[in-house]
Design a protein around this ligand. Structure first.
Ligand code: HXC
Length: 517
């Protein structure tokens, strides 16, 4: 065979690998509203930037007919490329080859790019579409999963890991995305569950569809497993790109900075957001919109439909990324509960891993009372948020817009737990509890023995309000660095994050803390 013929063989193999599991199976993907593994990579990466690794890998299994069924690539496309010029590693499971099932060799391909990504400080994006463990391979496949889980854990906090679920993801396979930083799911065509509807029916006698049990809407609203629910695959891929816009390549770098010329940063719109009646709700997202940069740099909400009483997400301020955590008075009065604490804690930890400064907007009446909360562990779960803030060494700035009551005042990035800069609006109410509740307790006897108890209560409420339902007690102590007009907020935050840009802070030397899990 001469050299020209040898090159021909290479070309034939390349062409064969491009065909994945064959055009019929690709058509069947399309009919389900799904793209093929290669089409997804094409959409995700900058044109022509994809470099494939392991294109000719084949499985080693000889059982159950697999000695006669081989596909180049073995059901997963792996490699690297760029997104808006920034390098990423990617694996894309190929449902057209044995249902994208995970074999020993298929897992080796994924592990190879994970190792490279970690060594080179590059994010890892996994596009998941798989029937799970390759049944013909048995324990070799399970070993492959464990090899991936192990690397997911080692990579956690080293490089960002993003998982898009674009088809089935079931059984133990779900635990790889679960360890990664962000999960995106596609509505109607993807699902995640540990045990499927048939097993559920056998064990608990519940009748439930795949979509209801583990579809995008379930996991974005009920369980919080997924951070983004996307209408289709194109939207899913767009969301991955938008997410990358706010995050760095690895734990040693900062997120991309865009040139920004400071101009008039006064935002008078902020003066009119807090209602006169302190019990009336407003949307914290309105506050955020007037604080952060515009357009593509504007607020990118994470976990939008889950635990909506807290809002978390990324934005740029004067061209630099920040992570925002805000109580949401428009939902459950912005109360902290189990779900909102865990949602915010995970977000704070991500930001701290990846050098993203935190802005915390506070309007919280306290923790949610009730047996449901207590019996399900609001103590442990609330402590997660407290612990996450206490441990965060990134620049941390707080703005109290209205209520900051009780333990929730402490938890929401108070000065006492390490916040760098704490602001309050004149409408802030910083106290152990609301004035009425407080007056009823501390003046109980005086009120009861008064000639007119109602009048006495009103008088005592007034007294407590004047003393504590404002930001000045806290400002006198230095717990609040400055009481600012709402319209000044953006300019103050730009200045604060600028001065904190080179902040260096270290936790005491230890193996690792024992956070309340
Ligand atoms: C090998 C598989 C496979 C698997 C699917 N296929 N899953 N091959 N191992 N796990 C093959 C099918 O034989 C078929 O091959 C092709 O992929 C497409 O599958 P279909 O069933 O035709 O597709 P569809 O109707 O869309 O159904 C998809 C599916 C179903 C719901 C995922 O295939 C299914 O239930 N698969 C088995 C799922 C499963 O039990 N996996 C193991 C879970 S346990 P042909 O040649 O016909 O195209 C697990 C443990 C992980 O994953 C533990 C980690 C710790």
């Amino acid at each position: 065979m001469n050299n020209i013929e040898k090159v021909k063989i290479l070309e034939q193999k390349n062409a064969e690998a491009l065909l994945l599991g064959g055009s019929d199976r690709i058509d069947s993907q399309h009919k389900k509203g799904k793209l093929s593994a290669r089409e997804r990579i094409e959409l995700l990466l900058d044109e022509g930037s994809f470099e494939e690794i392991g294109k000719f890998v084949m499985h080693r299994c000889k059982d159950f007919g697999l000695d006669k069924e081989y596909y180049l690539g073995d059901g997963v496309v792996t490699g690297y490329g760029t997104i808006n010029g920034r390098m990423v590693y990617v694996f894309s499971q190929d449902f057209t080859v044995l249902g994208g099932s995970l074999s020993e060799t298929n897992a080796e391909k994924i592990c190879k790019i994970m190792d490279l990504a970690m060594k080179n400080g590059v994010p890892i994006i996994g596009l998941n579409d798989s029937g799970g463990a390759r049944i013909q391979e048995g324990v070799m496949s399970l070993g492959g999963y464990a090899d991936i889980f192990y690397r997911n854990t080692l990579a956690s906090g080293v490089v960002p890991q993003i998982s898009a679920i674009m088809g089935p993801c079931a059984g133990g396979a779900v635990y790889s995305p679960a360890i990664t930083d962000f999960i995106l799911m596609v509505e109607q065509t993807s699902y995640m569950f540990v045990t499927g509807p048939n097993v559920v029916k056998t064990v608990t006698h519940e009748e439930v569809s795949s979509e209801e049990l583990g579809g995008a809407s379930t996991h974005s609203t009920k369980s919080g497993v997924t951070h983004f629910s996307c209408a289709n695959e194109v939207e899913c891929i767009q969301n991955i790109k938008r997410l990358l816009h706010f995050i760095p390549q690895n734990c040693e770098e900062i997120a991309p900075v865009y040139p920004y010329e400071i101009a008039n940063e006064n935002r008078p719109e902020l003066n009119n957001i807090i209602p006169e009646n302190p019990n009336q709700p407003y949307d914290m997202r309105e506050v955020i919109a007037h604080i952060v940069d515009d357009g593509e740099h504007g607020f990118f909400e994470v976990h939008k439909n889950y635990a909506e009483n807290i809002v978390v997400g990324f934005a740029k301020i004067a061209g630099r990324s920040i992570g925002i955590v805000g109580n949401q008075p428009a939902v459950l009065a912005g109360v902290l509960d189990i779900k909102s604490s865990v949602k915010a804690a995970r977000f704070v930890r991500f930001c701290d891993c990846f050098n993203i400064p935190l802005l915390v907007l506070v309007d919280v009446p306290g923790f949610l009372p009730g047996t449901d909360q207590e019996w399900n562990g609001v103590i442990t779960n609330g402590a997660k948020l407290l612990y996450a803030f206490c441990e965060a060494t990134v620049p941390r700035v707080t703005v109290i817009t209205r209520k900051a009551y009780g333990g929730a005042y402490d938890v929401m990035n108070s000065k006492h737990i390490g916040a760098d800069m704490n602001y309050a609006w004149p409408t802030a109410e910083i106290a152990v509890m609301g004035a009425k509740g407080a007056a009823e307790i501390i003046f109980k006897r005086e009120i009861a023995s008064a000639e007119n108890p109602e009048e006495k209560l009103a008088e005592k409420v007034q007294e407590y309000t004047e003393k504590f339902t404002n930001p000045y007690r806290a400002a006198h102590r230095g717990y609040i660095d400055e009481v600012i007009k709402p319209e000044q907020t953006r300019q103050k935050l730009i200045a604060a994050f600028k001065i904190l840009e080179n902040k260096v802070d270290h936790l005491p030397k230890k193996k690792h803390g024992n956070e309340p899990l």
